[in-house]
Design a protein. Structure first.
Lengths: 263, 318
């Protein structure tokens, strides 16, 4: 046990604490999980025929449209989950116990790392659940190799890590849970203005740059390529760069905010 | 000089234009209780936050457990325990889980952690509540859990920031017992309070903090010596009797509004008897007589305040 460095040891203690919170009070996580599932059902069963006819050009084909939107919805699930992260970080910071942690000889960042790892695990679980719903209503990824599955999984984890660090920063600068929830709102709105539901070309002209130059679109295109064999092109690199950039930015923002003197 | 658990020199802190600590010096010998006494907003909590490494000072130096708070905060943290003004427990998990969390963060083995947690829960009378979420605890229970958590790491120096604020009288007395027990184990306690009675009960030395400065420092007895002695106060309902008494007695301080007279007195039996004899001889009847011995309230008001001193009747003879 003592061979473990304090970072890992303290962070895993904090992770256990966060998982205990999540297990004991699952309503927040479950509520946030509802959004992508509702979206999936809504877009497939309500708008599905019209949407697929509109973008495919070859008449209504609901099963093809399921395949089209699932990658976006999986990433949206992550966006939705990390709103919960922002809220729980912000709530946590108002608790006196954080001040206690700061006066203990533990690794400083362990509080945040515990939140991040817990939240990434939650994101992965949520993605698996939404994925299961997608499969249940007819989503199939037939021609993806084991490698591509692995890469898809890696991308989802990396994307979750990046968004989580950003959400942690948002939680830290928010004075209360409501503000945190509002501040993190773009993380679930951005996928609506991406290639998640319709191709970027089908968006109104003035929206296209927003859709093009934001992290969700390249990540969605990459995931789509990995699972469904469409063209990935430069999107793979773009997605990886976005993830790394956001993760580094979120990490340094969060840690410097957390380490700042508290009033 | 004996070993100092806490030594601070010219500590300074301001938030914007507001100077919260204006150069305070502190010296707390090991194994003693030191009380920082002051009204709300005097800077007590800021002092605790600085000494417990929660925030950094703008100026000055401090050694806690022999380590510089600025240069080696981790070493300070390893030696101290802090129970802040607002409960530092995790409300979402149970009391027992809170204790085990502390044990894990102090890197105790699983067995040792369970043992320490069980022992402290027992000691602080929390066994029954151990499996309930801490958010359901009463104020007194939360405070006890808070201190129990602080003790998991066996700190040599404990900071208690207003540990009894908001507690009912019974819980407050419980807390006092807990603090006395800590001291008998050789722990140094740095206590802030706005209750003079509490400082008087617990502290070896008291510093009165007012407006970011130490207004006075010493034992409770030394502080009480700083202000003039006690007095006997006579109260009259009848203005005529008041005037007669004022004429008959020497060295009185008159309050014509309240119809009271203050006679300097140590409050001994002999002194009281002679006052009563004077009154009998002058044939006046006081409607109330109170003996007022100087207490920390007097010191406190004399040092911190606008001079208006509300009278605190100590003992009433009617």
């Amino acid at each position: 046990m003592s061979a473990l460095s304090p970072v890992i040891r303290d962070s895993s203690t904090m992770l256990r604490r966060n998982l205990l919170h999540a297990r004991r009070y699952p309503s927040l996580t479950l509520n946030l999980l509802l959004t992508p599932i509702m979206m999936l059902l809504l877009f497939v069963y309500v708008f599905g025929d019209t949407m697929s006819a509109g973008i495919g050009g070859s008449g209504p084909d609901r099963s093809e449209y399921i395949a089209y939107i699932v990658p976006g919805l999986l990433l949206m699930t992550i966006g939705s989950t990390v709103i919960g992260t922002a809220v729980s970080v912000s709530t946590d910071m108002t608790e006196g116990i954080i001040a206690r942690f700061r006066t203990m000889a533990i690794h400083r960042g362990s509080v945040l790392i515990g939140h991040v790892v817990g939240s990434v695990l939650q994101s992965v679980m949520s993605v698996v659940l939404v994925g299961a719903v997608a499969v249940a209503i007819g989503f199939r990824s037939t021609d993806a190799s084991a490698w591509e599955w692995l890469a898809a999984f890696g991308l989802l984890v990396l994307f979750a890590l990046a968004l989580t660090w950003i959400a942690v920063g948002m939680g830290l600068v928010s004075p209360n849970a409501e503000a945190a929830s509002n501040n993190a709102m773009p993380l679930i709105l951005l996928p609506l203005i991406s290639s998640a539901f319709v191709p970027v070309d089908a968006l109104p002209g003035w929206l296209r740059p927003i859709a093009e130059y934001q992290p969700f679109t390249p990540a969605i295109e990459t995931l789509r390529g990995l699972l469904l064999g469409s063209e990935i092109g430069h999107n793979g690199w773009l997605a990886a760069a976005w993830c790394l950039g956001l993760a580094v930015l979120g990490y340094s923002w969060s840690t410097s905010t957390f380490n700042r003197d508290q009033k | 000089m004996t070993h100092l658990a806490i030594a601070a020199n010219a500590l300074r802190k301001s938030y914007g234009d507001k100077v919260v600590l204006d150069g305070i010096d502190l010296a707390v010998p090991e194994g003693t209780v030191f009380s920082l006494l002051g009204p709300n907003g005097a800077g007590k909590t800021t002092a605790v936050k600085i000494l417990s490494t929660l925030i950094t000072a703008d100026g000055g130096r401090a050694l806690v457990a022999g380590h510089d708070i600025a240069a080696d905060p981790q070493a300070v943290r390893a030696a101290i325990g802090v129970t802040g003004q607002f409960s530092a427990v995790d409300g979402l998990i149970t009391g027992e889980e809170n204790m085990l969390l502390m044990a894990d963060l102090h890197h105790l083995s699983r067995r040792e952690g369970r043992r320490v947690a069980a022992e402290l829960l027992e000691r602080f009378d929390l066994v029954e509540a151990a499996k309930k979420p801490a958010s359901t605890y009463s104020g007194g229970m939360k405070r006890r859990l808070d201190i129990a958590m602080t003790l998991v790491g066996n700190p040599r120096i404990i900071f208690l920031d207003e540990p009894t604020t908001g507690l009912d009288p019974r819980s407050r007395h419980n807390m006092w017992q807990i603090i006395r027990a800590l001291v008998s184990d050789g722990v140094t306690v740095f206590l802030t309070t706005q209750y003079l009675e509490e400082a008087d009960e617990l502290a070896d030395r008291i510093a009165v903090l007012n407006d970011g400065k130490i207004a006075a420092e010493g034992t409770a007895a030394e502080l009480k010596r700083l202000i003039p002695g006690g007095h006997v106060q006579l109260r009259f309902d009848d203005p005529a009797a008041y005037e007669r008494a004022a004429g008959a007695l020497h060295e009185t301080v008159r309050d014509d509004q309240a119809l009271t007279l203050q006679i300097p007195s140590g409050g001994t039996q002999g002194e009281l008897r002679s006052i009563l004899d004077w009154l009998d001889a002058a044939d006046v009847h006081a409607d109330g007589l109170t003996v007022h011995t100087p207490d920390l309230d007097d010191v406190f008001f004399a040092l911190t305040g606008p001079a208006d001193v509300p009278d605190q009747p100590k003992e009433t003879v009617r």
